[in-house]
Ligand binder design. Structure first.
Ligand code: S3P
Length: 429
């Protein structure tokens, strides 16, 4: 098992670029495979999660090659061109792969089985299976139909109008992908807007997708056309460097080419509300997604209350938000974030335990955490608990902990950010 030690640094300086957005990379493979003609993807994230998606589509007959400049070329098979896979499709650690593909496979004319690693096989699947069943999908799973492996007998689907009880892009996207194959339109409403990369990319590929306040409607029966997709840097990866630069004195760091889609940029709003100095420079658009360069400087942070609509817009960032909160003056309260309990790990329990080992005052609540910041963090041996974002958050804490932090089980960072450790070493020197 890989172990890393992170020691305190005097500041993060210079310019960095973080790898491509994980969510957009997944969708580029999926939609590129279903399109007519070639899709070229530049800036694709070569992380383990995205390779799970890539391997699954290759197993269904899609040819994907890598060009000289590192771009991916996907030879799209059209909406009805995928072939029955000869074996079980392994989604690894990737919730996005398994949930979105469940929707997509429900509309195919063949049988397929999806599984994943020991973490993914514990995560709830009924959230997609139930609404898909209302479209006529036939899907079976362990645990009364809530757990992978999932067996899918694809077939004809009808449209649906679904009020999701949770703000989840994975649920919404699974239904929209199934909706491509339905006989009538599909509408999904959610309590707060979750990331809208699927809607944007479907529209970019030529599908009639109509967002409205509180939801989105997709009209079926339209072909997707192959496109060039430019993937921006992942704001969820940039988040570790935003917090790292804010909490280490003497930092001034420019993070270039970061996706700042408003459904993902909750971390910027949260850190700015805590008093963090983050500037968005040169705002622009890439393949239908907003992008900017982020300039971040060390700041004195203060505790705030976090809850409501910002939560889905920052859902993957709460492990590192808890590190920022431990370094802030006063109390930070995180509410309405029960979803953290069903991520790659229970992230409320994981951060409470691991950050607690450094002396942080952090109390778990059913739907969030209460963190009293300001006391000096002290070095300790901690565990990632097998979760990439816990590993990287604890590394950020290590930058300010007295005596350094040793993190066990750090190989999982390859899931979303294979170059994290090199980049941290570069920026910290
Ligand atoms: C993702 C959606 C989010 C997020 C995950 C990626 C996506 O999950 O946590 O890392 O790409 O659609 P939920 O939609 O379940 O909140």
């Amino acid at each position: 098992m890989e172990t890393r030690t992170v020691k305190s640094v005097t500041g993060l300086r210079g310019e960095i670029t973080v790898p491509g957005d994980k969510s957009i990379s997944h969708r580029s493979i999926m939609l590129g495979s279903l399109a007519r003609g070639t899709t070229v993807v530049r800036g694709f994230l070569h992380g383990e999660d995205n390779h799970s998606t890539l391997n699954a589509f290759r197993a269904m007959g899609v040819e994907v090659t890598e060009g000289e400049a590192g771009e991916l070329r996907i030879a799209g098979l059209g909406l009805h061109g995928l072939k029955e896979p000869a074996d079980v499709l392994d989604c690894g650690n990737s919730g996005t792969t398994i949930r979105l593909m469940t929707g997509l496979l429900a509309g195919q004319n063949f049988f397929s089985v999806l599984t994943g690693d020991r973490y993914l096989r514990k995560r709830p699947m009924k959230r997609v299976l139930n609404p898909l069943a209302s479209m006529g999908a036939r899907i079976w799973g362990r645990g009364g139909g809530d757990l992978a492996p999932l067996a899918i007998q694809g077939g004809s689907l009808r449209g649906t109008s679904y009020d999701s009880p949770i703000a989840s892009a994975q649920v919404k996207s699974a239904l929209l992908l199934a909706g491509l194959y339905a006989e009538s339109e599909t509408t999904v409403r959610e309590p707060h807007l979750s990331r809208d990369h699927s809607e944007r990319m479907l529209r970019y590929f030529g599908v009639d997708v109509r967002p409205f306040p509180g939801g989105v409607t997709l009209l079926p029966g339209q072909p997707l056309e192959g496109r060039e997709v430019l993937v921006p840097g992942d704001i969820s990866s940039a988040a570790f460097f935003l917090v790292a630069a804010l909490i280490t004195p003497g930092s001034e760091l420019l993070i270039r080419n970061v996706g700042v889609n408003p459904t993902r940029s909750g971390i910027i709003d949260i850190l700015q509300a805590m008093g963090g100095s983050i500037e968005l420079l040169d705002p622009r658009e890439l393949s239908g997604e907003p992008v900017a360069d982020l300039l971040v400087r060390s700041s004195d942070l203060m505790g705030i209350e976090i809850g409501g609509e910002v939560v889905p817009r920052a859902i993957d960032e709460f492990p590192v938000v808890s590190v920022a909160a431990a370094c802030a003056r006063g109390v930070t309260t995180i509410r309405d974030a029960r979803e953290l309990r069903v991520k790659e790990t229970d992230r409320i329990a994981a951060m409470t335990t691991e950050l607690g080992k450094l002396g942080a005052q952090i109390v778990a609540r059913e739907d969030g955490m209460e963190i009293t910041g300001g006391s000096l963090l002290t070095g300790a041996r901690v565990s990632s608990q097998g979760d990439h974002r816990i590993a990287m958050s604890m590394a950020v804490a290590g930058l300010v902990a007295k005596g350094g932090v040793t993190i066990e089980d750090t190989g999982c960072t390859a899931t979303s950010f294979p170059t994290f450790w090199e980049l941290l070493a570069t920026a910290g020197n």
